[in-house]
Design a protein around this ligand. Structure first.
Ligand code: GYE
Length: 353
């Protein structure tokens, strides 16, 4: 890749945040290939597959990169090994999509000592020293959770459903991952604020199989569930299968015995289920991080400063038009109004993932 000066401006979809850190410049000479090691979480969900494809398409040979890709199969120990291999191979950049937030201090210190910049992608790391990574790009999971909770409150209010008649179960993501922490917190805040009954919470590991298993056991334990809060689309697919196998109906008419499914990701299959009315509200989580990470690398290559935290803008889709907007506060404590878009086939067809 040719060393050239590129604009430090990140895309409009990347909302700048917090402090600015000095860029760690890697002296890629004219014509040099940039080597990046990417430690990916796994292949647990449709979201993850779209994320992997985006990264692979961006960091291709023809774009001037050598990508060393490692699938950690949802295990942190595999990620630690992958990062240590990247250090040994003296890659130019380490890209890390961390499975959970904690447990990274030692290995990131090793990367820092080796002088290799680390870009965190998707979920966050919780480290004692922020200089252990150069920059982060990803989703605001807490905001996503709050959007879903505000949507549920607005929906129930519009349909005159009493908060005390809402019996919700939470199929959580991988415990300790940013996506789980934020989405679970968003729901908990809604429970505290509005007085819904939170019957049960259990991890479905962000997979369809585990989502189905957890929903089956919850249905056996509780006969009054009317809302299922799934922390990603694949868990929702499993939960829907479990509900239908138990002879119940998924849908928004909870006053008449239907079980409402709320989900996150807005994958193609998730939005298709939303159009079919099986998922009532799906909060977007955008997986297309490849070009965003590349923009950060280009800025660093040009010796420019980059924002430490780069949040991606995301939407909300629903099966119907009962709620047209919600107000929610993001992780930076900024209150915003977010439109809720009733899903159509045209919207699904026009999307990139
Ligand atoms: O929602 C889920 C995936 O970390 C935001 O991980 C990501 C989550 C995404 O497995 O489907």
């Amino acid at each position: 890749m040719k060393k050239k000066v590129v604009s430090v401006l990140l895309t409009a979809a990347m909302v700048s945040a917090m402090s600015v850190v000095p860029a760690i410049s890697v002296a890629a000479e004219e014509g040099d290939t940039i080597t990046v090691g990417f430690s990916q979480v796994g292949a647990e969900s449709d979201w993850r597959t779209a994320n992997t494809e985006s990264m692979k398409a961006t960091f291709s040979e023809e774009n001037g990169y050598e990508l060393i890709f490692d699938d950690a199969q949802q295990k942190q120990e595999n990620q630690l090994t992958a990062i240590r291999n990247f250090i040994q191979q003296e890659v130019d950049y380490i890209l890390l999509a961390p499975v959970t937030e904690t447990g990274w201090d030692t290995v990131l210190q090793e990367a820092k000592d080796a002088g290799i910049p680390v870009i965190i992608v998707d979920r966050m790391v919780d480290v004692s020293d922020d200089s252990l990574y150069t920059t982060w790009v990803g989703t605001d999971s807490l905001l996503e959770g709050r959007k879903a909770a505000e949507w549920l409150n607005a929906y129930a209010t519009a349909k005159q459903i009493d908060a005390k008649d809402i019996n919700v179960v939470d199929i959580q993501g991988t415990i300790g991952s940013t996506a789980q922490i934020g989405r679970s917190q968003g729901l908990q805040e809604g429970v505290d604020k509005y007085g819904w009954n939170l019957l049960a919470q259990q991890s479905g590991e962000f997979t369809q199989a585990k989502g189905q298993e957890v929903m089956e056991s919850m249905l056996k334990q509780y006969d009054n569930i009317n809302v299922v809060y799934c922390e990603n689309d694949n868990e929702a697919f499993g939960a829907i299968d479990a509900i239908e196998a138990a002879g119940k109906k998924v849908g928004s008419d909870i006053a008449n015995g239907e079980i409402m499914v709320i989900s996150f990701d807005t994958t193609n299959a998730g939005l298709t289920d939303t159009l079919a009315g099986k998922i009532t509200c799906d909060v977007e989580c955008n997986p297309l991080h490849g070009p965003r990470v590349e923009e950060l690398i280009k800025a660093l290559e040009a010796g420019e400063e980059v924002q430490k935290l780069n949040y991606v803008d995301e939407e909300i889709f629903a099966a119907d038009d009962t709620v047209d907007k919600v107000t929610a506060t993001n992780s930076l404590d900024e209150e915003g109004e977010y439109a809720v878009t009733p899903i159509t086939q045209e919207i699904i067809d026009g999307r990139a993932y």
